[in-house]
Write a protein that binds this ligand. Structure first.
Ligand SMILES: *[C@@H]1O[C@H](CO)[C@@H](O)[C@H](O)[C@H]1NC(C)=O
Ligand SMILES: *[C@@H]1O[C@H](CO)[C@@H](O)[C@H](O)[C@H]1NC(C)=O
Length: 446
C-alpha cells in the first residue's frame, strides 16, 4: 500500500504566506535516499540564483546541516530524539524485513509493521512539532517571502491530515520514475516524470579502485550493493554471499560495512562506500547486484547495466518486478536464496545477451529525451513560482467527496428513478388487471 507512494518524489506547493519577491524556495525534505534526488534539484535552483531554505530535524542521517560549504540555509527543528535513535529504529525495521518477516504469519507481520509505522509516525509528528511549536521560526518564515514550498510526501509533516488532502494541495507532482521504467498508463497533467535526474556520466575512479577494476581483464567486474541502509548481515548470510561471489570469474566490488566474511574470495573487495554511479558507468562493468532502490535502478538504466535484484522492503520488490518484466533483471529472494542461485543469476545476466540488449534499449530510451529530467524538474518548480501556482492543471476531482468521485450520488438518483418508475408501472398494471377482472366477472354474472 504505502509502497505505491514511494516513487513520488516531491509535491510542489504554493506557500500559504503571500510573497512579493521572487526566487525564494522553502523545502520540507525526506532523509536518506530521497535527499540525494532533492539535493540535485536544489543545487540546480541555487545555480539559477534562487535562495533555498531547508527545514531539517536536528537528528538526520544524510542531510548534513552543519556543513559550512553547503549552499543551502538550514532551519534546524529541535526534536526529542537523536541520530542514534533514528539509526536504531531503522535497524529494527530492517532486521524485521530481512530476518523476522519470513517466519511470521501474514497477520503477525502486519501487526509488527504497524507497530513500526506507529514509531515512524510518532517521529514524524515530533519533527512537525519542532516546527509548529516554534512561534519564532514560524514568524521568521512568514516574513521570509517564500514563493514555493517543495515537500517530499514520504514524510509529509503538517497538521493531522490525510494523504489525499495533502496530495490535493500540491500544484505539481515530480515523480522519481520515467517511461523507461513505468508501464504505460494515463496520468494527470500536473504529474512530471523526472526519474534518473541524479544520474551523470561516469567520473574517473579512485586510483586503487581503478587498478582493481583493470585487473579483472576480459571478465570485467560485478558491482554489489544492498543500499545505504543495510550495513551488516548475519554471519550465515554474509558467508553464503561471499562464497557465491568467490565463484564468479569477474572481480566483485561489494559495498558492505559489516564483519568481513570468512569465505571472502580473492576476487572480491569490500568497501565502506563505493562511487556507484561511476562504477556502473565503467566500461568493465558487467552486472549490478542490487536491492532495487530507485536511485540504483536509475543509475543502472542510465549506464545500461543488467541487474540481479534482491529486493528487501518498500518499493524494492515492485521496482525489481518492473525491471524483470522489461527483461533487464533476474530476481532472487533474500530469504531463500542459496549461494548457487546467486552464482547462476549473475552468470545469467552476464552471459545471456538478452539482458544486456534490453538494458541498452532502456538506456537509449532514457537518454533520448527532449529535455533532461533535472531541467524539467527545475522548469516546473520555476513555473509554479512564476505563475503563483498551476491551478489550470489541477483536476476538479479534489473538490469532490468520495461518493461524488465514484458517481455514487448519480447512481443512487438513477436507481431511485428506476425504482419509482417500476413501482408506478406495477401499480398501474395491477389497477388495470383488477378493473378488467371486475368487468369480466360482471359480464359473467350477467
Ligand atoms: C548489525 O550491527 C548492529 C550494531 O552494530 C547490531 O546491533 C546488529 O545485531 C547487527 N545485525 C546483524 C544481523 O548482525
Ligand atoms: C536468455 O534469457 C531469455 C530471457 O530470460 C530466455 O528466454 C532465454 O531462454 C535465455 N537463453 C539462454 C541460452 O539461456
Amino acid at each position: 500500500m504505502l509502497a505505491r507512494w514511494f516513487p513520488l518524489l516531491l509535491c510542489v506547493q504554493m506557500c500559504f504566506w503571500d510573497s512579493g519577491s521572487c526566487g525564494k524556495v522553502l523545502v520540507w525534505p525526506t532523509d536518506a535516499s530521497h535527499w540525494i534526488n532533492l539535493k540535485m534539484i536544489l543545487g540546480e535552483l541555487i545555480l539559477r540564483g534562487h535562495d533555498v531554505t531547508v527545514l531539517v530535524p536536528s537528528a538526520t542521517l544524510l542531510i548534513d546541516y552543519d556543513d559550512p560549504t553547503s549552499p543551502f540555509d538550514f532551519e534546524v527543528l529541535k526534536v526529542p530524539f537523536t541520530k542514534e535513535t533514528v539509526k536504531t529504529v531503522l535497524q529494527d525495521f530492517l532486521s524485521l524485513c530481512l530476518y523476522e518477516k519470513p517466519h511470521l504469519s501474514h497477520w503477525e507481520a502486519l501487526v509488527k509493521i504497524r507497530q513500526m509505522m506507529t514509531t515512524f509516525t510518532k517521529m514524524s509528528k515530533q519533527t512537525c512539532d519542532g516546527f509548529v511549536l516554534n512561534p519564532k521560526l514560524i514568524t521568521k518564515l512568514r516574513h521570509g517571502g517564500f514563493d514555493v514550498l517543495i515537500s517530499d510526501p514520504l514524510a509529509p509533516g503538517g497538521r493531522p491530515t490525510t494523504l489525499c488532502e495533502t496530495m490535493g494541495k500540491a500544484e505539481m507532482w515530480l515523480i522519481r520514475t520515467y517511461w523507461d521504467f513505468e508501464f504505460p498508463r494515463p496520468y494527470l497533467p500536473n504529474f512530471e516524470f523526472v526519474g534518473g535526474l541524479h544520474c551523470q556520466p561516469a567520473k574517473p575512479l579512485p586510483e586503487e579502485m581503478e587498478e582493481f577494476v583493470q585487473s579483472s581483464g576480459e571478465h570485467g567486474i560485478v558491482v554489489f550493493s544492498l543500499g545505504s541502509m543495510i550495513h551488516n548481515l548475519t554471519d550465515e548470510k554474509n558467508n553464503m554471499i561471499a562464497t557465491a561471489l568467490s565463484q564468479l570469474p569477474q572481480k566483485v566490488l561489494w559495498r558492505y560495512k559489516g564483519k568481513k566474511p570468512e569465505t571472502l574470495g580473492t576476487n572480491t573487495r569490500i568497501y565502506d562506500w563505493i562511487p556507484q554511479n561511476d562504477l556502473l558507468g565503467h566500461a568493465k562493468t558487467k552486472a549490478f547486484i542490487t536491492h532495487g532502490g530507485t536511485n540504483g535502478i536509475y543509475e543502472a538504466i542510465y549506464h545500461g547495466v543488467p541487474m540481479v535484484g534482491i529486493p528487501i522492503f518498500a518499493d524494492q520488490p515492485d521496482n525489481i518486478a518492473h525491471m524483470r518484466a522489461k527483461g533487464m533483471a533476474v530476481e532472487l529472494d533474500f530469504n531463500t536464496m542459496k549461494a548457487q542461485d546467486l552464482v547462476d543469476a549473475v552468470n545469467m545476466v552476464v552471459n545471456n545477451f538478452t539482458y544486456k540488449e534490453n538494458a541498452i534499449r532502456l538506456s537509449q530510451i532514457h537518454h533520448d529525451q527532449l529535455v533532461k529530467p533535472l531541467d524539467r524538474a527545475v522548469f516546473w518548480i520555476e513555473f509554479v513560482m512564476r505563475h503563483k501556482g498551476a491551478k489550470h492543471l489541477r483536476p476538479a476531482a479534489h473538490q469532490l467527496t468520495w461518493y461524488q468521485y465514484h458517481c455514487l450520488d448519480v447512481l443512487a438518483f438513477l436507481l431511485t428513478c428506476a425504482t419509482v418508475t417500476l413501482f408506478i408501472a406495477v401499480k398501474c398494471c395491477l389497477f388495470c388487471c383488477k378493473k378488467c377482472g371486475r368487468i369480466v366477472r360482471k359480464r359473467k354474472t350477467e
